[in-house]
Design a protein around this ligand. Structure first.
Ligand code: LLP
Length: 425
């Protein structure tokens, strides 16, 4: 079972800087990242998983500073495109500490990975094997893992479940395609198979599915040993560690996860007569999510027969998660105290569709009005990394706060930026 984590006090200050000051200085909408919180979370992982590789899943959120922080803390990186890979490498991230994923890697993804000397490439399909082997320069070998579908259902939402059979990720053990791929990779002189990978899904709040995954993958390691006489030295269990978005919600207990996974792995390997492989985990959300706060300004307030709609200056273009997954957030009023009783409101965005809802049925003071500032805690993962250019409103900036100081990491996308890319007429 998960434990509850306190949510950051978004109504006061983040990193020692009042949110009202950040809104004044950087405008709204703005995303604020608490550098110390990111670093604390990295350290908690390293404590929970000693002797393992902790790889930050860049898809949750990546900018150059973020790459720099996680590298300084001693984490590796999980990327799934040439773009994520190249951005990280521009910060001096050692490529050998980076793992490339993807169910459909483009020639550019593979070419960039090989050119930069990425540490591991995770093979996700049979057709990728020959394509990758052909791209590896003569005389060198690329270390690879094979992504296996363990056949385990876990995760917060159907759209983010990846451990079950019959979906686009990985190679199934049940239908034999994983075994087939393993044999193929072992036959490729330019590929060095170093281990197995699986990723169950995302926003998982219990330890149990991870232990099932360990058992199944150790079983497969044992079969590989039997059939091919090969002992694979690495096991990557992916990410998916769930966090609390609302007060009182459960979060996955990372320390407990680490202890139990390591115990299960040791037990399973001993029973199978295998050496314990080096473990890797790939947390994204659990590192970036709670470290971020989104700041919005209220633009209009509209009372209908049944709803109080509070419209802010951002929306589904900077946070598509409520529209995509129906997930809930707990925005708070900041910068003023209201004596008026809270009532149920629907916080909506500024975009041209009715589904542009940021938070439904949240309690905010009944006198909420244009000009008020709203803060949405737990906004650090899968908001800006999934931001779109909808309605050409421009993407919000990212501001880092630490020790009472704020600094701009990524500037707001301006109309000039948008205009510059549009070169035809
Ligand atoms: N490793 C692999 C191979 C992954 O596919 C993912 C996430 C992770 C690690 C990191 O998972 P995390 O620890 O962040 O849960 N957009 C969705 C989440 C999609 C996750 C995709 N893969 C959302 O906003 O909930």
């Amino acid at each position: 079972p998960g434990s509850t984590t306190p949510l950051p006090q978004a109504d006061l200050a983040v990193g020692g800087v009042p949110l009202t000051e950040l809104a004044e200085r950087f405008g709204t909408p703005t995303y604020v990242l608490d550098e110390d919180e990111v670093r604390r979370r990295c350290r908690a992982y390293l404590r929970a998983f000693p002797d393992a590789d902790v790889l930050y899943a860049a898809k949750a959120f990546l900018c150059r500073a973020m790459a720099h922080w996680v590298q300084e803390e001693g984490l590796g990186l999980d990327v799934c495109s040439a773009g994520e890979l190249e951005l990280a490498v521009t910060t001096g991230y050692p490529p050998e500490r980076i793992v490339l994923h993807g169910n459909a890697k483009s020639p550019d993804d593979l070419g960039t990975a090989l050119r930069l000397g990425v540490g591991r490439i995770v093979i996700d399909s049979t057709s990728e094997i020959a394509r990758l082997a052909a791209a590896v320069p003569a005389g060198s070998r690329q270390k690879v893992l094979i992504r296996v579908v363990p056949g385990i259902a876990a995760g917060g939402h159907a759209k983010i479940r990846t451990g079950t059979e019959d979906q686009k990720f990985g190679l199934s053990v049940a239908d034999g395609s994983a075994q087939h791929a393993i044999a193929r990779v072992l036959g490729q002189p330019r590929l060095e198979l170093v281990g197995l990978h699986c990723h169950l899904g995302s926003q998982i709040t219990t330890v149990k599915p991870y232990l099932s995954a360990v058992r199944r993958l150790v079983g497969l390691l044992a079969r590989i040993h039997e059939q091919h006489g090969v002992t694979l030295p690495e096991l990557d269990l992916g990410g998916g560690h769930g966090i609390a978005y609302l007060p009182g919600e459960p979060a996955l207990d990372i320390a407990c996860l680490g202890t139990k996974i390591r115990a299960e792995l040791a037990r399973g390997c001993a029973a199978a007569g295998l050496p314990v492989p080096r473990l890797a985990v790939e947390p994204g959300r659990a590192i970036a999510g709670p470290a971020g706060v989104a700041l919005y300004r209220v633009l209009t307030v509209k009372r209908t027969g049944t709803h109080l709609f509070v419209a802010v200056d951002g929306g589904m273009s900077d946070n598509p998660r409520p529209a995509l997954y129906g997930v809930r957030y707990a925005p708070r009023l900041v910068g003023r105290r209201s004596a008026v009783a809270p009532e149920a409101v629907t916080v909506v965005g500024r975009h041209c569709e009715a589904g542009d809802v940021l938070a439904s049925d949240v309690r905010l003071p009944g006198d909420i009005r244009p000009g008020d500032l709203l803060a949405v805690p737990v906004a650090g993962a899968y908001h800006l990394s999934m931001a779109s250019g909808y309605n050409l409103v421009g993407r919000p900036p990212v501001v880092a706060v630490a020790d009472g100081q704020a600094r701009l990491l990524v500037r707001r996308e301006s109309f000039a930026d948008i205009r510059e890319r549009d070169i035809g007429l």
